[in-house]
Design a protein around this ligand. Structure first.
Ligand SMILES: [Zn+2]
Length: 333
């Protein structure tokens, strides 16, 4: 029963996505219309900038997006061998591409970045990092928030790209309680079904299953499911990118005529921007994941939107331009 409900809803979402010109199977890519947002009036009420006259941790990067004060916060860094990201690409080619991006050879530093957007009215956190509930991975996010003068109670919305542990376990404290007591969660309903499906017995570790169960139990009264056209938070809309995981979305944030696209795990590293044919093997639906990546990069290149990556080298944002079959990557600032 649950499967058929999900299938029906997925078909509806796919149809609506196609009506908006989004490539969910194949064909010409036309980016969805970028809307104006409430950015102007947000400018009047933007909070003072917390970091003035402070020396910040190298894992905090403040920037502005339209009238919104943003902070890129590096929760965690892991270093992987090259064949973890790209097992089918010769090492020499990866090293040449890393060098052209100004990155070290022979290793991949994978950062886990969280994006905090302070609109003045709302403090919106997109993804929460690893959290503190796993003994071998202690995320830095709570400390970084403290450093910019925010308490965990200040966060009013947590927006999720998807339900993998490195994006959602930050919802739990070390004691498996709520990290953000006043936050509402904004996500797709498919993401919730993903958590419930895994918690109900999909083949993952018992620890992961317990974590998802705990999150759904703690936050079930605080969740808003966003449809494809919904702007629950003014200026925030999701874009379909479910190749990585069920319910995975990118998030478009429009502010004062400027656009930012948080690509989640649809684009895991800038190497996959500058080499469009390369494939990362850790997606649930690899063919759709390639289309998602191309959709998002074409949209960003066509509109000048800033791209923010959950795992890009910190601070994790920049612009892209179409470059033949690939795109060029220009990190900011
Ligand atoms: Zn991830």
């Amino acid at each position: 029963m649950m499967v058929s409900i999900i299938a029906q809803r997925t078909q509806r979402t796919q149809r609506k996505a196609r009506e908006k010109g989004w490539d969910v199977e194949c064909g010409e890519v036309k980016p969805p219309r970028l809307r104006a947002s409430a950015g102007e009036d947000l400018a009047k009420i933007a909070k003072p900038v917390y970091y003035k006259n402070m020396t910040l941790s190298p894992s905090i990067h403040p920037f502005t997006h339209g009238a919104i004060q943003c902070y890129s916060l590096r929760d965690y860094r892991e270093t992987y061998p090259l064949d973890w990201l790209l097992p089918d690409v010769p090492t020499d080619e990866i090293n040449a591409a890393l060098e052209s991006l100004g990155l070290p050879r022979d290793q991949l530093d994978i950062d886990t970045n969280c994006l905090l957007l302070d609109t003045g009215r709302e403090r919106v956190l997109i993804d929460t990092g690893w959290g503190r509930s796993l003994p071998d991975k202690q995320g830095a996010l709570p400390d970084l928030l403290g450093e910019i003068g925010m308490t965990l109670e200040d966060i009013t919305w947590v927006v999720l790209t998807h339900g993998d542990r490195d994006h959602c376990y930050g919802l739990l404290t070390a004691d498996s309680e709520k990290t953000f007591p006043n936050a509402r969660l904004l996500m797709t309903q498919d993401l919730w079904f993903f958590w419930e499906g895994v918690a109900g017995g999909s083949p993952v570790s018992p620890e992961t299953r317990e974590g998802f169960k705990r999150i759904t139990r703690l936050y079930k009264d605080r969740v808003t499911f966003a449809g494809i056209d919904d702007e629950v938070i003014p200026g925030f809309m999701w874009l379909p990118a479910w190749g990585h995981r069920p319910g995975h979305t990118a998030w478009l944030v429009n502010a004062s005529g400027e656009s930012l696209i948080h690509v989640g795990d649809a684009v895991v590293h800038p190497l996959l921007i500058t080499n469009s044919a390369w494939e990362w093997p850790h997606h649930a639906h690899p063919d759709q994941a390639v289309r998602d990546r191309h959709n998002l990069l074409n949209m960003a290149a066509g509109t000048g939107a800033v791209i923010y990556g959950a795992h890009f080298p910190f601070p994790g944002f920049g612009r892209v331009q179409k470059d033949g079959l690939n795109w060029s990557w220009m990190p900011l600032p």
